[in-house]
Design a protein around this ligand. Structure first.
Ligand SMILES: *Cc1c(COP(=O)(O)O)cnc(C)c1O
Length: 381
């Protein structure tokens, strides 16, 4: 097969993204909005490509980490509302507000700065982030009254939403802590109400909460990982299955490269930096032009695999910056420029994002988000 995308590329399935969005929309029901979280280059899937692929899907909002990403969404032509989930520096507020994006806010300083630049014609739309136990971004319950005062002094700063984020919903099948956060959220929303501050949108659920607990849905859920066809964790998958729900997610991403060289080396040859691995038999090895710079973790040295012609080939020795070497002894007919799969299927073999996460001691989220954004993303059926 010819390789029009250079020596490595990421294939993203439109139909998988659309199907996962439909699965999520069905799970939350028609009355709840779906925010597609496309931060971190759409979890490595390519923000531009993902937003385009979702243009006809049941997606109501987009969520990003930063202004820069929000602007990429507009460049695709999408007019859907965008919420910036992360911190927006004070110096960037004017740009963000003028561009019409909604901002996550939890500091008095941000409200005051927005108040100075907002007007009746250009109101600032904010979502208050409430601290309920994750101890990350969010305003404390004890500050509600003073925050409400700051808001009253800045009438063109409009509270469009209130939100929180769970600390311990993916990592466990015991959701008592998440439920305590949920009740704290409800109490804080009520306290804001007493102080005269209400919001149209209320949202707390990431993928795991969206799939497990309808009481976390409120008016909208913020789904990232599930949209890409990946389970937030084994625990979430087990919890959903135990609840009797039938739900299939389809991984949307495959990562490919090609063979750069094939050669025969004698038993005893050392392969790659540090002489960490010696061939235990006369071997056919293949060089593949992907390394840790590309996001192929150095922790995969000597333990990872690649797929060629439907066969599994082990990584030999250290993963280098821009390349690594695989054992192709058992890959019949392997040739230069054969397609190589790093994540995805080849014949009957498959390497999942979870396989790579397990091998390197991390989570599927990190594996996909760290695929170098400069590698081309190609939309496929
Ligand atoms: C990243 C993020 C999400 C999405 O989480 P998933 O587990 O990927 O669904 C939701 N909300 C916030 C605030 C986030 O930062």
């Amino acid at each position: 097969m010819p390789t029009p995308h250079g020596k490595t590329w990421v294939e993203v399935s439109r139909s998988a993204l659309a199907q996962n969005a439909a699965t999520l929309a069905r799970a939350i029901g028609q009355k709840v909005k779906l925010m597609a979280v496309v931060k971190s280059n759409a979890y490595g899937h390519g923000i531009n490509e993902t937003v385009r692929a979702l243009s006809k899907a049941h997606v109501d909002w987009f969520g990003v980490d930063a202004l820069r990403e929000a602007k990429i969404i507009r460049e695709t032509g999408s007019k859907k509302p965008v919420l910036i989930l992360g911190y927006t520096p004070l110096a960037a507020l004017k740009d963000a507000m003028r561009s019409g994006f909604s901002l996550t806010v939890y500091n008095h300083e941000t409200v005051t700065a927005l108040g100075r630049i907002a007007s009746a014609k250009h109101p600032a739309k904010i979502h208050l982030k409430l601290e309920t136990g994750t101890s990350r971004q969010g305003l404390l319950a004890k500050d509600i009254v003073s925050f409400a005062k700051t808001l009253k002094k800045n009438p063109h700063v409009v509270v469009e939403g209130m939100s929180t984020h769970y600390a311990n919903i993916e990592d466990t099948t015991d959701h008592a802590y998440a439920m305590s956060q949920l009740s704290r959220f409800n109490a804080m929303v009520r306290a804001f109400g007493v102080a005269g501050v209400t919001a149209k949108e209320k949202h707390t659920a990431c993928s795991a909460a969206a799939l497990l607990y309808p009481q976390t849905h409120f008016t909208m859920v913020r789904a990232g990982i599930a949209l890409y066809g990946l389970w937030p964790s084994k625990e979430t998958h087990v919890s959903v299955e135990n609840s009797g729900k039938k739900m299939t997610l389809r991984p949307a991403l495959a990562w490919k490269t090609i063979v750069a060289q094939v050669k025969i080396l004698p038993k005893g040859s050392s392969v790659s930096y540090g002489l960490t691995e010696k061939l235990t038999r006369d071997s056919k090895v293949a060089v593949i032009p992907v390394g840790y710079w590309d996001g192929f973790d150095r922790g995969l040295s000597s333990i990872g695999h690649a797929l060629v012609r439907g066969h599994r080939a082990k990584i030999l020795g250290r993963v280098c910056m821009n390349m690594c070497v695989i054992d192709a002894t058992d890959v019949p007919g392997i040739r230069i420029e054969d397609e190589v799969t790093l994540i995805g299927r080849s014949g009957k073999e498959v390497i999942t994002t979870e396989d790579l996460a397990g091998a390197t001691g991390t989570i599927n989220y990190e594996i996909v988000t760290r695929i170098n954004p400069l590698i081309p993303r190609v939309l496929v059926a």
